[in-house]
Structures are given as structure tokens and as C-alpha cells.
Design a protein around this ligand. Structure first.
Ligand SMILES: Nc1ncnc2c1ncn2[C@@H]1O[C@H](COP(=O)(O)OP(=O)(O)OP(=O)(O)O)[C@@H](O)[C@H]1O
Ligand SMILES: [Mg+2]
Length: 425
């Protein structure tokens, strides 16, 4: 064990306690020196040092009690919880889901489809992590649940502006989260579903079809079910959007975090076959400012292209001639009802695929890459990844792109998104 400096601290946690931290001023390093501890369902290895950069927020929780040392604890906000954590309730949910998975496996049926909802900053994403990590940590059961992230703002799969699905086969790592190998990603292209509700629901429907196919091919994944994360938009149209998603994804259980009103509304409007459960939020969950959210989105895009400290990527930069690609955007301005041609609805406009002339307005935008061959396929198929436009040269008629793979682009069809990233590397 390393010796403690003046800014470091050691903590003794009792059963069911957690050590919460917000890294504001200097990176912290956490080491479990005795006992067992976990962070959002990921077990910490004893004597291993875990580094948390500025901006990290979280909690080390213990079921049995443990001792921890933390470097730079005194330079940041750190404390041991006095209130009871909701972890026992979360564990009960996990036990019920495990029962449902066992039943599904025995009857060769689909396992529980569980959606987590609630207002902003109540710990929805955290609860998804806990439940997924607990599922894949079940000894000898080889669970392979699907994680679906419907949050286009603060989601975790691919880049902001997308919804996606991942098969989870092993616990997340503290440093890099869940392995993002072969995710199914649909491009929505905006940071909030309000930007184009019809397109959003279309993406959810297509995602469902892909996931359904994947589950039908793999009995283990099928029986393990799904854990679905959602965004914190729950009022008015946000509520309608949640209901529509719950229907499209054939949700069996809804876990409502911290809002009785939403719980009552969902119970009222969902079929009786859907189990709606109200759960407390943890006293440790921290509110995040607009600026924090925006920085978190930038960080996700940066990690998409450059990887993390432990797993860096080397993206490529190259020029693409205007003539080598077709760039599309999805959605055309909706005409007033009186001007609408017979048989055409607003949805037809909102999901219309429109060719875009390349120009300076593409600068800094992310473009989704698609193997689609027809315009209809552009909104119907999942995408293969993103490039970021780092320069537009009108004279040479080229765009420069940042891309995970070397020249040439793997496809010729690109989809313009609202998502922007300033590449400063
Ligand atoms: N028990 C806890 N102790 C300390 N921090 C926590 C705890 N639970 C969650 N957090 C932190 O609080 C923040 C918000 O949690 P989380 O992202 O899970 O909320 P959310 O409901 O998904 O928010 P959003 O609506 O933005 O998606 C995160 O930074 C998370 O790491
Ligand atoms: Mg979240």
C-alpha cells in the first residue's frame, strides 16, 4: 500500500455504504486495500489503482464492508454516505430479472425487456450499468443481455445523435465502460427527439427489427432479455414518446426512478401486462449543468475517433472529392396541411431523404456512413460509422474528413447530421 500524502485519505466503509466522489480539482486514484467493493456493478480489483480524471463523478459501494485509500481526496468533493443507498432495491430488481431469465431459458422464450425511465439526473444510466453488470457477473450462467440506449443526448453507444444496441457479454471496465464491439447503430442526427419525432420513432422501430433478428438467432441473448436506457424528457410529448418506445420495444418491465407522477401516468396508460415499478434515486446522483452535458458529448465524440487513455486509436485524415460521394440529409420542411398533396402526410416529409450540395456549411459536422443502395435504405438501415468534416475546399471541390479507417471511404453514401465536433488534435 502506498503511503498517504497530505491530500490523500483512507476510508473504512461499513456494509451497504458508499464513498461518493466528484473530481473537480485534481485527478483522484482509488485503491481498495481490504474487503470487496464495486463501482456501478463493476467489481474493483484489490490493490489495483484506478485513476479518475477531472469531471468524473461516481461512488464506490460495498455490500460487505471495505477499506479504501484515495489520492487527492481532500482536493475534491468526497464523502461516505450517511443515508441508506437504494442498492438493496436495485438488487431485488436484479433477482426478479434473473428469475424471469431462468424461466425464459427453460421455456425457450424471450427474457425480460426492461426499460428505465425518469427525469434528468436521477441515475437512469447508472442503474442500466448496475443491472447489466450484475447479469453478466452471474457465475456459470453465461448471460448475454442486450443494452439498448435510446438517449440521443447523453447515451453511451457510438456518438451523440444515435440510438443503438450492444450485446453485453462481460462487465464494463472502470476505465472504458462496456466493450463497443459491433454495436447496432441507427443515425438520428439530432441531440433531442423533439427535432424530428417521426424520424426518431422510425429509428426506434428499425432498431427493434435488427435487435429482434439478432435475438432470434441466439438463444442465450434471447433469454437474457434487454435493458433499455432512455432520456430524461418525460413531460408532454416526451411522455408520449416514452409510451411509443415502450410499445415498439415490447417492454415487459418499466423501472421509474424518482417520480411518482410519471409512475402513475405509465400505470394508467400502459397495458396491465407491463409491470411498472417505482424506485428511489440514490442520494449520490449529481445534477449536471448544460455545459457539463455539452462537454460530455464532445468527450464522447473525441473518444469515438481517438479512443481512450488505455486504448488509443489512430484515426486517419484524408480528402474526398465532392464527386466521389453523395451526401443526404433526412427531413424536408413540412408543407401546411392545405398545400399537402393527396395521400401525403407530415411523416413523409419528416422522413424524406434529400440530396445535399457539398459546401462550407458541412464544416465540423459529423456525417454518418451508410452501405445503403437506395434512398429508402438510407433511413431504414443501420449505419457503419461516422466521419467528421475538418475542412471544405470549394476551389478543389473536396472535403477533408477524420475517419477511423484509412482512405478510401468504405461507402459512397453519407448522411449529414446536426452533430458538430471541432477537431483540435
Ligand atoms: N450513487 C452515486 N454516487 C455518486 N454519483 C453518482 C451516483 N449515482 C450516479 N452518480 C453520478 O451522477 C451522474 C448522473 O447519473 P446518471 O448519468 O446515471 O443519471 P441519468 O438519470 O442517466 O441522467 P440523464 O438524464 O442526463 O441521462 C453521473 O455522473 C453518475 O456517475
Ligand atoms: Mg442517462
Amino acid at each position: 500500500m502506498a503511503t498517504l500524502g497530505p491530500d490523500d485519505e483512507s476510508f473504512e466503509l461499513k456494509q451497504d455504504q458508499e464513498l461518493r466522489f466528484e473530481v473537480e480539482n485534481a485527478p483522484i486514484e482509488i485503491e481498495v486495500t481490504s474487503g470487496l467493493a464495486e463501482i456501478f456493478g463493476v467489481e474493483l480489483v484489490k490493490s489495483k489503482k484506478y485513476l479518475f480524471p477531472i469531471g468524473a463523478k461516481g461512488a464506490v459501494f460495498t455490500w460487505q464492508g471495505c477499506a479504501i485509500t484515495m489520492k487527492n481526496a481532500r482536493k475534491n468533493m468526497t464523502y461516505v454516505s450517511k443515508d441508506t443507498t437504494p442498492m438493496n432495491y436495485y438488487m431485488n430488481v436484479h433477482i426478479i430479472l434473473e428469475k424471469q431469465r431462468d424461466e425464459a431459458e427453460n421455456d425457450s422464450k424471450r427474457g425480460p425487456i426492461t426499460m428505465i425511465v425518469g427525469p434528468q439526473d436521477v441515475g437512469k444510466s447508472t442503474l442500466c450499468h448496475i443491472l447489466l453488470n450484475y447479469a453478466v457477473r452471474m457465475p456459470g450462467l453465461n448471460r448475454k443481455p442486450i443494452f439498448i440506449d435510446l438517449d440521443v443526448g447523453q447515451g453511451e453507444i457510438s456518438v451523440p445523435g444515435t440510438i443503438g444496441a450492444l450485446v453485453i457479454e462481460r462487465p464494463a471496465t472502470i476505465e472504458d465502460g462496456f466493450s463497443q464491439l459491433a454495436p447496432i447503430v441507427y443515425n438520428f442526427g439530432h441531440l433531442t427527439p423533439t427535432a424530428n419525432m417521426d424520424l426518431y420513432q422510425h429509428c426506434v422501430e428499425r432498431l427493434w427489427k435488427s435487435v429482434d433478428e439478432r435475438m432470434n438467432k441466439d438463444a442465450k441473448t434471447n433469454a437474457s432479455g434487454m435493458i433499455i436506457n432512455t432520456c430524461g424528457w418525460i413531460k408532454g410529448d416526451g411522455f408520449k414518446c416514452l409510451l411509443a418506445c415502450a410499445k415498439r420495444l415490447r417492454v415487459d418491465n418499466i423501472l421509474v426512478l424518482d417520480q411518482e407522477r410519471l409512475y402513475q401516468e405509465l400505470k394508467r396508460d400502459l397495458p396491465k401486462t407491463t409491470d411498472v415499478v417505482l424506485l428511489h434515486k440514490s442520494g449520490g446522483v449529481v445534477d449536471r449543468t448544460r455545459q457539463y452535458r455539452s462537454e460530455a458529448r464532445d468527450k464522447r465524440i473525441k473518444e469515438y475517433f481517438y479512443g481512450s487513455r488505455l486504448k488509443p486509436f489512430n484515426p486517419h485524415s484524408f480528402d474526398v472529392k465532392f464527386g466521389e460521394v453523395q451526401i443526404y440529409k433526412i427531413g424536408a420542411p413540412v408543407l401546411p396541411d392545405s398545400c399537402m398533396p393527396l395521400g401525403v402526410t407530415a411523416t413523409d416529409f419528416l422522413t424524406k431523404v434529400v440530396l445535399v450540395q457539398p459546401g462550407p456549411s458541412l464544416l465540423h459536422h459529423l456525417l454518418a456512413m451508410s452501405f445503403a443502395t437506395t434512398e429508402q435504405e438510407i433511413i431504414d438501415t443501420n449505419i457503419i460509422g461516422f466521419v467528421c468534416v475538418t475542412n471544405v475546399d470549394m476551389q478543389r471541390q473536396t472535403i477533408s474528413v477524420l475517419c477511423l479507417q484509412a482512405r478510401p471511404l468504405p461507402c459512397t453514401k453519407l448522411i449529414l447530421t446536426d452533430i458538430q465536433y471541432m477537431d483540435s488534435n
